[in-house]
Design a protein around this ligand. Structure first.
Ligand code: WTA
Length: 654
């Protein structure tokens, strides 16, 4: 577990512990932790509440050890829309939307408000009310945020499922959430082709009995089958409904959405976010991390199907009253400069994206961004995976013209919004490429060893969050027990994110990747066991072990070692079948980069797969010493297993 910290980085390594900006942030953090009421009260007062009974935060004896706005009531959609429409912001553009084929639409706050009301009317007519679940399986079209807001307006709970998930994965999420209604589209555009969505919903609904109704957005014009009495075109459903629907007041802890994410059992976890705390956190972090104000045009490139899209495409920007960009398609369509064209065309000031996307841009070459005027940019951000300093520096130099601070933001689906990040607008803030820097005020982060003891600077350990913060998720849908055991039992009393980290002498955090069996593939969370569970359903497969292999572009890619049942051969055709099986069960993002057919996979005496060891072999690294410690295996056994497995892989190229 003990490893030296990364060497001091180049670029903007100008940190001094005495920087006044850092002292200011640390002071804000101290105040927020010591007196949550006094710190968050005035910030909460910038938002609208129907009722404010009792304290803003109530500590609890059990996980998550606190509840935010327990006696207050509000509505998320009201705060995103109604709050603005009696102000001059009414006619400000909320979203500049651009479709991949080049079509575009601008929606002002008022127009968005009207569209949300029209859909809310239709949803209410379909019987959707507070607490009901609505699944959204849509491309990046304006109807997606509209549907989220319409659902929230009624006090119902949305579950957005990323459009890249296959039918069985969608069905699993529909069933777990018990959704009554699905909103989808005929399809979406991706690299000039139609990505079908409605046929996938049709397939999923064979296995999802709770769904009564499907609304279908016409996006691509492709042929779709409509099931009578179940399916309706979205435009027909909203036709003629102009009545305003009053936003339904809900208590602070009322669930606003479920978002499924991978965990270390096969079943995805439905992270449930509340309303008041989530709202405060998305609003607050959008303001302070991105230093957001009316001069900005904000663009978070994430798909709304992931948490980054929830918080920084939809809720944060609308709560802060910003104008922002939504783009439907691929970054490199029709050419690798599509994003830079958009930055120039709209005058984007703030660009928030992933290290994977930046690495792809680097690969395409400097000439693409250089052909465009990117001088409107003033702040850059990244999220989702560790960013290597070289990539950080390229982003800083080539996209930001060596002018724009880069905020490397660390957070998770569960945390609701950013927890660790620079705040260059709040104070002079020295940056270090590759470090997410300091916790946002209100976040009590620390790096500890296996026993929860704080580690000295530069020693690798586990990141923990020691106190509740407003944006924290409230539970796992239908699974309080798992909520407690996954997040609050590794270190009783603290939140366990399952990330490795170090903190340096300046108190800056360096995030070093997952400490559990979850991969980050192009920034997306995929559990090794999810893939193993799929592979095992194939009649030829006896067993499999999936690990993450380092990848220049995607950070990490899944690699599967598969043991076949007697009588089966590891033919290229079988390999294709297995890849296809993952594609059609989970989705294209999860397809392994390689499959090795092996005689056996290395295991510990207690029959645990030695993933680290497999990873060392696959990446052609010497055996890491962590392997033995983690797997309670003797050094001798580990060495032998390493050598055997290495020989085996030599015999069986992927
Ligand atoms: C990783 C995405 C390093 C981390 C918002 C975390 C990061 C997981 C960073 C959550 C970062 C996110 N530096 N690693 N700036 N941001 N991660 O739920 O491993 O999709 O636990 O949320 O992404 O992924 P999720």
């Amino acid at each position: 577990m003990v490893e030296p910290s990364p060497a001091p980085r180049d670029g903007l390594s100008t940190t001094r512990s005495v920087s006044p900006g850092i002292l200011k942030i640390q002071e804000l953090n101290r105040r927020a932790l010591e007196d949550p009421e006094g710190f968050w009260g005035p910030i909460a007062a910038e938002l609208s509440w129907f009722d404010r009974q009792g304290p803003l935060f109530r500590a609890t004896a059990d996980p998550p050890f606190g509840s935010w706005f327990p006696g207050w009531s509000t509505n998320l959609a009201y705060n995103c829309l109604d709050r603005w429409i009696d102000t001059p912001r009414r006619h400000r553009v909320a979203f500049y939307w651009e479709g991949e084929p080049g079509d575009h639409r601008a929606l002002t706050y008022y127009q968005l408000y009207r569209e949300v009301n029209r859909l809310a009317t239709a949803l209410r007519a379909a019987g959707v009310g507070p607490g009901d679940r609505v699944t959204l399986y849509l491309p990046m079209v304006p109807e997606l945020p509209i549907a989220m807001l319409a659902t929230a307006r009624l006090g119902a709970i949305h579950s957005v499922v990323f459009g890249g998930f296959a039918a069985p994965a969608l069905a699993e999420r529909l069933n777990d959430s018990g959704s009554r209604l699905v909103i989808t589209a005929d399809g979406g555009w991706r690299r000039g082709k139609v990505l079908p969505l409605k046929p996938i919903v049709d397939a999923a609904l064979h296995h999802s009995p709770s769904v009564e109704k499907v609304l279908v957005v016409r996006r691509t014009g492709s042929e779709v089958a409509m099931v009578p009495n179940r399916d309706q075109w979205y435009h027909d459903a909203v036709a003629g409904s102009t009545v305003a629907v009053a936003a339904v007041p809900v208590p602070g802890p009322h669930p606003s959405f479920i978002l499924y994410t991978s965990g270390t059992t096969g079943r995805p976890k439905g992270a449930v976010h509340g309303t008041g705390g989530y709202m405060l956190w998305s609003y607050y972090t959008t303001r302070v991390v991105f230093d957001a104000s009316d001069r900005d045009l904000f663009w978070c490139t994430a798909d709304i199907g992931w948490v980054t899209g929830h918080t920084y495409v939809v809720y944060g920007p609308l709560l802060a009253g910003l104008s922002s960009v939504i783009y439907e398609g691929a970054p490199d369509f029709p050419q690798p400069d599509r994003w830079w064209t958009i930055v120039q065309k709209y005058g984007v000031t703030t660009l928030y994206t992933s290290p994977t996307a930046i690495r792809a841009a680097i690969k395409h070459g400097d000439r693409w961004p250089r052909q465009h005027d990117l001088t409107s940019l003033r702040l850059l951000g990244t999220v989702g995976e560790p960013i290597n300093p070289e990539v950080w520096n390229w982003y800083f130099r080539e996209i930001g013209g060596a002018r724009c601070p880069v905020v490397d933001t660390w957070w998770q689906t569960e945390t609701g919004g950013i927890l660790i990040s620079p705040q260059p607008g709040t104070a002079h803030f020295p940056l270090k490429p590759g470090s997410a820097t300091l916790p946002v005020p209100g976040v009590d982060a620390q790096v500890v060893d296996e026993d929860g003891r704080p580690l000295p600077p530069d020693r690798k350990g586990f990141l923990v969050i020691r106190r509740p913060w407003p944006g924290q998720f409230i539970t796992l849908w239908n699974d309080d027990a798992r909520f407690r055991s996954v997040y609050f039992s590794r270190f009783p009393k603290w939140y366990y994110p399952a990330d490795y980290a170090t903190a340096d002498a300046d108190g800056y955090f360096w995030l070093l990747g997952r400490a559990d069996e979850v991969l980050k593939v192009a920034g997306h969370r995929i559990a090794t066991i999810e893939l193993e569970n799929i592979l095992i359903t194939h009649p030829a497969v006896a067993e499999s072990a999936v690990i993450g292999r380092h990848d220049e572009m995607k950070g990490e890619v899944p690699v599967a070692c598969v043991v076949l049942k007697p009588g089966f051969d590891g033919t290229p055709r079988l390999r294709e079948e297995l890849l296809g099986l993952v594609r059609t069960t989970l989705g294209a993002i999860a397809v392994p980069a390689a499959i090795y057919f092996v005689e056996k996979v290395p295991k510990t005496r207690s029959a645990k797969i030695m993933r680290r060891l497999i990873r060392d072999v696959v990446e052609e690294r010497p055996l890491g010493d962590t392997t033995t410690l983690e797997d309670e295996t003797s050094v001798e056994d580990a060495r032998r297993a390493y050598q055997e497995f290495k020989d085996e892989l030599r015999r069986t190229p992927p």
